[in-house]
Design a protein around this ligand. Sequence first.
Ligand SMILES: Cc1cc2nc3c(=O)[nH]c(=O)nc-3n(C[C@H](O)[C@H](O)[C@H](O)COP(=O)(O)OP(=O)(O)OC[C@H]3O[C@@H](n4cnc5c(N)ncnc54)[C@H](O)[C@@H]3O)c2cc1C
Ligand code: SF4
Length: 509
Amino acid sequence: MTTTTTVWVLGDQLNRALGALRDADPSTHRVLLVESAAKLASRRWHVQRAHFVITAMRRFAGELRDAGYEVDHRRAPTLRDGWRAHVEEFSPVEVVATEPASWDGLALLRSLDVTLVRSNQFLCHYEDFAGWADGRTNLKMEDFYRWQRRRLGYLMEPGIEPDDRSGSDAQPVTGRWNYDDENRQRPPKTGNPWPSPQTSRLDDLDREVLADLPDDCWGAEPDGTWATTRRAALARLRNFVDDVLPMFGPHEDAMVERSWHLAHSVLSPYMNIGLLLPGEVCDAVQQAYDEGHVDIASAEGFIRQVIGWREYVWGVYWLWMPDYRSRNALAADRPVPPVFRGEAATDMNCVHHCMSTLHDHAYNHHIQRLMVLGNLAMLHGVDPWAMTDWMWSSFVDGAEWVMLPNVIGMSQWADGGMMATKPYAAGGNYIDTMSDYCAGCRYDRKQRVGEDACPFTTLYWDFLARHHDRLVGNPRVARQVRASERLSDLPAVRERAVEVRAMLGDGTL
Ligand SMILES: Cc1cc2nc3c(=O)[nH]c(=O)nc-3n(C[C@H](O)[C@H](O)[C@H](O)COP(=O)(O)OP(=O)(O)OC[C@H]3O[C@@H](n4cnc5c(N)ncnc54)[C@H](O)[C@@H]3O)c2cc1C
Ligand code: SF4
């Protein structure tokens, strides 16, 4: 064999079209995959998260072998140890790798003798994002999204050649960029039209991986919801586009007890580890729109999430690291409450539902993450890094690049407004409007004092009062801060908030 070069594939780069692997050939390249024991031991993972990544890595190694590659899939104490042992055993002329998706990963590979190949895992490389951001005082997601739409050509007027699409004249099909107004409907009172996600049958490899996982993993064992091969992930994509996408838009922000997924795609885990690429996901949506299978509000709503939010989050992560992860503008310092760690039950029906979904599927949809779990953590005053760390270990699609902006920026407002112009803080009224949780809850969303008061409502008013000086000058939230000043029962609310936070802290709420 004339193999001389090693392609080191990281656990979130499982796709043959990516970076260093794209131009590799079995006759000249060997592949290295390292399962790091330190990574596995670094957090108390949800079992479905740990199983998903390790199984997908092992299956990918098998696919590469089937394609003729010699694969060195090794377990090692750390990634560095795995690389070192590989180099000692095989003496490759060169080790190449696709740019990693994390700051620390990039630093590690740069410190080793590894040649990095530019990543094509996102539609906008972070250097291009930095170019877009350069000179702007305000990094509005909407501006970035329109720039992406023009550049990439999704849902744009036909007849404009791709090269012209970044020009300012390019217009969206239908003339409108944004369908958020149509896509924020309250949940329907009855009915469950949202098809269940496909599942795969577990096999011996799944069981082998489960046996290898640390004992302290938590959550329900995998039930086949999360696909661990590209082939199965592509089938999930097809299924989503054909059967679910037409319903995606209207209830994007709704939460109901009777469905853990509604019309969400549940595709994020696959995009985040490379089993699917964002371009092919958006192409499938564009095609469904072109064929008249999906209306513009749902197609636009979905494309916005992927080429807008997802790529924006990726771009700001690289722009603002490394100090971004230590931001704590609201000086929040409490630990993650026991109810999130699965160590306590709760009477808060919304939290109970989100937590049982998380336990069963290692997943919550966006509005549950932002407006229930994230909101409660911010109102309580949880340390933003502790919250990031907890979410990272709990969600099947977790990764630092996506967690940091979403948690530190969006949900905890720990960056003081770099990402979101105002904190996503809300009381029980918001949750009641967007869900069916409150009707079955022992707390009363309208009350802010007393034993029956909704903890969200109490903590919301307390939060506005607690951060009065910081928030009163913010035009997007000043009205609510002023309203908190005028509450006749504010002292009682603040007293109740102390009790609520104590109960949340000791797991008795
Ligand atoms: C506090 C918090 C934590 C989050 N943690 C993660 C995480 O660990 N991993 C993760 O992939 N997403 C995370 N998100 C973003 C978003 O909630 C998930 O991407 C989404 O819920 C995944 O489910 P889905 O595939 O069914 O999404 P859909 O509703 O079907 O959306 C389609 C796709 O859009 C992308 N997307 C939408 N919003 C975002 C966003 N804000 N950031 C990045 N991508 C987005 C995802 O790739 C998603 O698959 C988080 C959001 C918040 C507020
Ligand atoms: S009343 Fe409050 S705690 Fe209960 S479900 Fe509604 S928002 Fe959640």
